[in-house]
Design a protein around this ligand. Structure first.
Ligand SMILES: Nc1ncnc2c1ncn2[C@@H]1O[C@H](COP(=O)(O)OP(=O)(O)OP(=O)(O)O)[C@@H](O)[C@H]1O
Length: 648
């Protein structure tokens, strides 16, 4: 596939800039050769004046030129050079500006596109690789379309103008110079292919290195905790050595490209000197050449030296740029497996909260992780989900948010197959507190308010010129602090936040304080609560919180739970006991279900879990009665038997 053709829509947005820039390049290339032309006029005029032996006063009438004319030609030469310089400034303003704008547009579209990709994609993508493509590869593309296209235009213009002059001076000498061109083209063709292949290999290794560094920095605690820095440094060193090896392999073909262009340029000079000299001496029949013409030819050829030498650099830049564009195309062609499609019913605008799993099964690579799960949770009810690790609890929550789709069976929300619901409607109404909460390097307030304030941002408009869209004003909207405080209070976090010197303005993460595991979980919980979703999925969201705090959070949640459906995933009976209905999962199947009391009466897995946790509680000195005191009594309504409310 010709990957560069996909760049055309971006170039087209700036075609006026490229057109004006190219015209300016041609103008500048023309103007810069004019001093050579004036030099020829002066030399030939002076030659005629001196050879005729006329006195200075009679030189003009003898076909020569006067001192005044020499001065005028010199002035014209200076004007030409200044004019050429002015045009070059214009080129920069047109072409280089356009390349910066295209870089902005591609980055904007790429980020927008990557944001549409789903969990399946990001589960497999390496963050370091994505970062490398968004930075290194994008820069290479910008260089290709900015400096690269400017240089290509410059080389073409220089050749056109130079050959115009060459032909006007002597077609025989031009032909002699042209003989070296097949050699130039052949050399370029062979070396350019090698450069492209070796550059891609080097960029791939750059991605590997970036991914390794990113994982090591993100997982610094693990690396330090296991004291495996030496091993990691060793592996990084090996990867780094491989990068150097690939970079040097690239250099071994880049070097000869420059050198061969220099050599060919030298050959052209030798040809002009020997052949042109013979023509002046009259040794080539029917090919007269004046000293002025010979000088102009040599000066114009000298002007051609830089474009000739830069062919190597330009080829290199174009090969790198097109290889990098190919790597960016790989990101652009990736499509989310889960997205709105022809089946989406756009008339669905709201979510009430009823969830139903109807004979749902799910497999990954032939391994079945859910088997025939059927369950109905009326809107506003809480479903407790427990079971051993890997039993499929998280996957159940993921099916509701459509982070993944069932292999067979149907997941319904409010009676609609989730695959028919607009993804935006579904996800705007579901909030998930994941097992491993992710906090941004921002204030606590901004982290809690993260899910709010989406209004005001439209979908990303791609393939739009940046010239036509104004830079957005800085987002100075403040989060709704009443909502943030209320959510933090429910998550049992407010007291601790207020003890930080900066309170809700405390910066977290890389640039600020580090929260404890329990504080992180509760910040994520506050974020979900602040969103006031119709469906709340708490995936082991209180595992790092002590049972007393957990009990407080649960009672707070119950107050705001009115009309909200909650999937409460957990391993502790104390977490689940107040749920309206509880299921016990094992190997992807529901093994037991009912209310806390029903399940205790059943005497199965749940009872065993309860017994073990009581024993552990006794062992660690925890007093269950204390917990009961901490957890406020359930309202009579929610205390009533739930089996009839939740239909399995
Ligand atoms: N994206 C995925 N690709 C492949 N397998 C997956 C994926 N997500 C989950 N699984 C598998 O599905 C099974 C159930 O995973 P799940 O995360 O639901 O377990 P869990 O019950 O939540 O466990 P835990 O209590 O440890 O969180 C596991 O065997 C897991 O390896």
């Amino acid at each position: 596939m010709n990957t560069l053709s996909t760049l055309w829509p971006y170039l087209k947005l700036h075609q006026r800039q490229f057109f004006v820039g190219t015209l300016a390049v041609f103008g500048a290339s023309w103007a810069v050769t004019l001093p050579a032309y004036f030099t020829r006029l002066v030399i030939d005029g002076l030659t005629r004046a001196t050879v005729s032996g006329a006195s200075p006063g009679q030189a003009v009438s003898a076909g020569g030129i006067s001192a005044g004319q020499v001065a005028i030609y010199a002035l014209l030469a200076v004007i030409s050079v200044v004019f050429s310089g002015g045009l070059m400034v214009m080129v920069r303003r047109q072409i280089v500006y356009a390349s910066r704008q295209i870089e902005y547009e591609v980055r904007r579209d790429l980020f927008g596109h990557l944001s549409t990709l789903d969990k399946y994609y990001f589960d497999r993508a390496r963050t370091g690789d994505l970062m490398n493509r968004l930075t290194g590869d994008l820069s290479a593309v910008r260089e290709m379309i900015g400096f690269g296209s400017w240089q290509v235009a410059s080389v073409i213009a220089s050749f056109v103008v130079s050959f115009f002059w060459f032909l006007s001076l002597s077609w025989q000498l031009t032909l002699a110079v042209l003989l070296i061109f097949p050699v130039i083209i052949g050399t370029l063709f062979v070396l350019a292919r090698l450069i492209s292949a070796r550059y891609v290999a080097m960029q791939e290794q750059n991605s590997v290195i970036a991914a390794k560094a990113q994982e090591n920095f993100s997982g610094a605690r693990v690396v330090k905790g296991y004291a495996i820095e030496d091993r990691e440094i060793g592996e990084y060193k090996t990867m780094n050595a491989e990068l150097i090896r690939r970079a040097l392999r690239l250099t071994t073909v880049e070097g000869p490209l420059q050198a061969s262009m220099s050599l060919l340029m030298g050959l052209a000079y030798v040809t002009v000197l020997i052949y042109g000299g013979r023509m002046i001496l009259g040794l080539v029949p029917n090919s007269p050449l004046t000293l002025g013409q010979f000088t102009q030819f040599a000066l114009v050829l000298d002007r051609l030296a830089w474009p000739m030498l830069s062919i190597g650099m330009i080829t290199n830049m174009l090969q790198r740029g097109s290889a990098s564009w190919g790597r960016l195309q790989e990101l652009f062609v990736a499509q989310p497996m889960i997205r709105d499609d022809g089946r989406t019913d756009s008339s669905i605008k709201t979510v009430n909260g009823e969830i139903e799993f109807d004979k749902v099964s799910l497999s990954f690579d032939g391994q079945q992780v859910l088997k025939d799960v059927s369950l109905k949770i009326p809107a506003g009810q809480t479903l407790g989900i427990t079971g051993p690790t890997g039993s499929g609890k998280t996957v159940l929550g993921n099916l509701v948010t459509r982070l993944m789709d069932a292999s067979s069976g149907t997941v319904r929300v409010d009676g609609h197959d989730v695959r028919r619901m607009p993804l935006k409607v579904l996800r705007e109404n579901v909030a998930v507190v994941p097992q491993e909460p992710f906090l941004f390097s921002d204030t606590i307030a901004a982290n809690v308010a993260f899910g709010l304030g989406n209004a005001g941002y439209g979908p990303v408009s791609t393939r739009i010129s940046v010239l036509k869209s104004k830079a957005p004003p800085p987002d100075e909207r403040q989060p709704d602090m009443n909502r943030v405080r209320a959510a933090a209070q429910i998550a049992g976090l407010d007291g601790e936040i207020e003890r930080f010197p900066q309170g809700y303005d405390t910066i977290l993460g890389e640039r600020g304080v580090t929260l404890s595991g329990g504080q992180r979980q509760r910040t994520a919980l506050a974020r979900a609560v602040a969103r006031e979703p119709r469906i709340l999925v708490l995936d082991d969201a209180m595992s790092a919180v002590d049972t007393e705090t957990e009990s407080r959070i649960l009672s707070g949640l119950r107050q705001v739970q009115e009309g909200r459906t909650v999937l409460l995933i957990g391993h502790r009976v104390s977490t689940l006991r107040h749920a309206d209905h509880i299921i016990v999962m094992e190997r992807g199947q529901i093994m037991e279900q009912g209310s806390h009391d029903d399940l205790l009466a059943l005497g199965g897995r749940y009872t065993e879990l309860d017994r073990q946790q009581r024993l552990e509680g006794d062992f660690s000195g925890e007093d269950e009665t204390q917990l009961s005191k901490a957890a406020p009594a359930r309202s009579p309504d929610t205390n009533s038997p739930t089996k009839n409310k939740v239909n399995a």
